[in-house]
Write a protein that binds this ligand. Sequence first.
Ligand code: AMP
Ligand code: ZN
Length: 465
Amino acid sequence: MKIYNTLTKKVEEFIPNDKNKVNMYTCGPTVYHYAHIGNLRSYIMEDILEKTLMYNGYKVNRVMNITDVGHLSSDSDSGEDKMVSSAKKQKKSVLDIAKFYTDAFFEDFKKLNIKKPETIEPATNLIPEYINLIEDLLAKDIAYISGGNVYFDTSKLNDYYVLTNHKEDDMVVGVRDGVEYDDSKRNQADFVLWFTKSKFEDQELKWDSPWGLGYPGWHIECSCISMKHCGEYLDIHCGGVDNIFPHHTNEIAQSEAYLGHKWCNYWVHGEHLIDKNGKMSKSKGDFLTISLLEEKGYNPLSYRLMHLQSHYRKQLLFSFDNLDNFEQAYKKLKQKTLLLKDSGDVNKEQFDRYNNIFIGYLNDDMNTSSAITILYDVLKDNSLNESTKYELVKSFDKVLSLDLLKKEEDSIDENLIRYIEEKIKARAQAKQNKDFETADKIRNELLEKKIELKDTREGTTWNKI
Ligand code: AMP
Ligand code: ZN
């Protein structure tokens, strides 16, 4: 299996530390608001990665944090704690806010068929572990106390910028959004491990520490949660591209300074979903959620299909026109797959041939759009019998997770589906023969049965009305 590694900036063969088991860590949400559809793009990418690993026979130990403390409005330790500010706005406690949005986040997972990681750990669970790691860094003189906070001293590392093209100059105030001058830092790239005095007045959650009452910086949670559940050697660490700097850069700095050896071999990052105004962001307030798409009548799995048809390392521009196309494409796809039957013998040779091509694409840096093309090829191939098609679709759906064989509760009787498909074919033929009278007759006949036809770029689809 090959995957692009941000650390080496190359597509590389994936070799885990243990040949059968993969330790995979995913940065989770900051639960001060609903996840927007952009956030969910990163989680769809990670879901495909986990399922591709499983399809290859690996057992995956997947861990995710929930950020419920310490993430300030800027990633560079400035501004207000996002959780505190949301709680204030909604006149609720931070923990109530965290619970509400964590539940909403996993509801979105369900709707998008994203597998929930086995281990999910809120940041507030591991305070003693953070204190222990920070004490170790202070003892090694890689951290220092200044202005009431504990900082990581980035000048002590040979290559703090190992994951990124950033340079110290980028940390100069005014170059990056939200970088404020902090005269307690020895170097502007230094970051907070533990807050005590500064950013403190309104902080609702605080803990005793050797440096006084306070709370952890944002980055430390991912290092400690990962080490607790995945051990000292992590195979894959994922997130969106905005996490590369400073979050993942700081995670590497503090984890490797603590461990004294290389920590994680593969860093996998998903590009952003953007809209016509640029990157979607929760802090902009006005954003699209999966529930909103549902309210507008879209199936969340059409949104999933939209991502599968793009490459995770390319930015994707969201538009409703584009989503409309995928809504139709998804309907049409399901109308085909739902007709498949699993009766009779599976042709093993043909199954393996298609399945190998399918895995081959996924193993090529998650080329999901080509994997989807193979699905369409299977459906079109008249030399395959029904059961072979059925088994291939069932197998592919372990990764694609589009519910291709799942009948909806209010699904229409199979015989009626076959009847509709035949009528659509007959109508297309009539239109080709310029026999518009027959074409209209067929449309009306179906309308009487409460079936509405829609002609789209992807062909004719139908709806129950
Ligand atoms: P947050 O809840 O803000 O900490 O972000 C959760 C995840 O969503 C992180 O892995 C981010 O990298 C990712 N993310 C944020 N914005 C986008 C976007 N517009 N497109 C894709 N992923 C995003
Ligand atoms: Zn993280």
